[in-house]
Design a protein around this ligand. Structure first.
Ligand code: PLP
Length: 493
């Protein structure tokens, strides 16, 4: 018997030349898809395609040519649709073509970025250092790339808790001390989850009233006084740069003043809004004061247009960051040189030990476009949102729910109706336009002047492919859908 290509334990291709030809064909399909993004909105996944995804128990493998055909025909077409220029739902980044290049190289290298001495560790340092400078953090700051702002928030608030309770919290837990955190009522659910996960409990997250300029500072101060009088330990203040519902920004300088006076850790959730740092006036000023935070969570996969997933936590004081996470069992002990060098290791700054290569796609995007061009795209998104807001205001019956401050537009398609009928109409319009492949709006509950809560249409524009024409087409589509009326839906009781 020959041993050549019959080794059943070798997972490499049987014939590299054939693999190369198939891979080239798939690369062409990927580039085709992205270059035609304008013609490819979200589409539902047909049942037959869903069924075809099932994995057999006794599979013996699929040849490369069949595998590539399946990836091209049954996988590639059924994405979220956020590559399309009229996708404005939730806060979804649109991705960039350079992501194809960086992800291909990253998969080839298969680097584990938990630590050690190799190129991707230095690329990650370059990405963190670039962001640190954009955000105005001092060079004593540290950071780590994570899945997204949700994980970044857990890491940041762990460091905040350690400052409040001392290093012993890692051994003893929180014991019976009652920590209190403060945030605006519109804070993202990622903060709520982090507070739960850390065992602080959401009863100890004070949700403060908000004004147009964010958290009501007088209410914040009064609440801190009450909590201290009650024997609790106020420890963290969470500011938001770009709230998910209305795109609101807290006055970060005012929050930094309170944090300094009250000895609180100031954490900023800047998931998308932190990137107004790269934008032109007047949007840049929205995130003024961000450089005074103790920690910042932000995403590259939203408003930096980098493919999913990648977020960042930045912590002002590296020692506090390490104190909360550093831990090296003996098998991970560093050596001064060789592959086990490269200290500090990223596993000492976060939750994960094994870590994928998130840095390369960010680094590639920044190398390809630079801060100025990325900033210009962000400013263009804000301009597009202002344009959409103006069209809403100019259209009889359509009504903005809140002023458009950056890239988020929330509106009702008909504020002459009752709250219930408006909600039904807005939900129906969102669904119909999604299914028709015309526009993706998401929905959110918003307070109306009547005091009632209405489900409204919501656009968050973090899409570098959106043009002014797309904005006009989108509002025209809403008008058309509204004229067609709410289709009768059977009531399910
Ligand atoms: C998206 C978002 C989050 C959560 O970030 P992920 O990257 O999805 O984990 C937190 N806060 C705000 C304001 C967001 O928009």
């Amino acid at each position: 018997m020959t041993s050549e290509n019959t080794d059943k334990t070798d997972l490499d291709p049987v014939a590299w030349d054939d693999f190369r030809a198939q891979a080239h064909a798939l690369l062409d399909a990927c580039v085709d898809q992205l270059s035609k993004a304008r013609d490819l909105p979200w589409q539902p996944v047909p049942q037959s395609v869903r069924d075809s995804y099932a994995l057999p128990d006794d599979g013996t493998g699929t040849a490369t040519d069949a595998l590539v055909a399946t990836l091209r025909d049954s996988i590639l077409p059924y994405a979220t649709g956020n590559t399309h220029p009229r996708f404005f739902g939730w806060v979804h980044g649109s991705g960039m073509a350079e992501g194809i290049l960086s992800e291909m190289v990253a998969a080839t290298m298969n680097a584990n970025c938990g630590g050690r001495d190799h190129g991707m560790v230095y690329v990650e340092r370059a990405v963190i250092d670039w962001t640190r400078r954009q955000m105005g953090f001092p060079d004593t700051a540290s950071g780590v790339l994570v899945t997204g702002t949700s994980q970044a928030t857990v890491i940041a608030l762990s460091a905040a808790r350690l400052r409040a309770l001392g290093a012993q919290v890692r051994r003893k837990g929180q014991t019976d001390q009652r920590l209190i955190a403060y945030a605006g009522a519109g804070v993202h659910n990622a903060t709520t989850k982090a507070i739960e996960l850390l065992g602080i409990g959401t009863d100890n997250l004070r949700l403060l009233p908000e004004r147009s300029e964010g958290i009501d500072i007088a209410a914040l101060r009064a609440q801190i006084v009450r909590d201290r009088a009650d024997g609790a330990i106020p420890f963290a203040l969470i500011g938001t740069a770009g709230s998910v519902d209305l795109g609101r920004y807290d006055d970060l300088d005012a929050l930094a003043d309170v944090a300094a006076a009250e000895d609180l850790w100031l954490h900023v959730d800047g998931a998308f809004g932190a990137w107004t740092r790269l934008a032109d006036a007047p949007w840049r000023a929205l995130s003024d004061g961000i450089e005074r935070a103790d920690s910042l969570a932000c995403d590259f996969h939203k408003w930096m247009y980098v493919p999913y997933d990648c977020g960042l936590v930045l912590i002002r004081n590296e020692e506090e960051h390490r104190a909360a996470f550093a831990a090296r069992p003996s098998y991970l002990a560093p050596l001064t040189e060789g592959l086990a060098g490269g200290d500090p290791w990223y596993c000492d700054y976060g939750i994960d030990l094994s870590r994928g290569n998130r840095a390369l796609k960010v680094w590639t995007a920044i190398r390809a476009h630079g801060a100025q061009k990325l900033g210009a795209a962000i400013s263009a998104n804000c301009r597009a949102a202002a344009h959409m807001g103006a069209l809403v205001e100019a259209t009889p019956g359509l009504a903005l729910v809140a002023p458009v401050v950056s890239n988020v537009v929330v509106f009702s398609a008909d504020d002459t109706l009752s709250a219930e009928d408006q909600s039904e109409l807005n939900k129906s319009i969102a669904q119909r336009l999604q299914i028709a492949g015309e526009v993706v709006f998401s929905t959110t509950l918003a307070d109306r002047p009547s005091g009632e809560r209405v489900t409204c249409l919501r656009a968050a524009i973090t899409n570098h492919r959106t043009t002014p024409d797309d904005i006009e087409l989108s509002i025209a589509a809403v008008r058309r859908a509204k004229e067609a009326g709410t289709p009768e839906t059977p009531h399910s009781e």
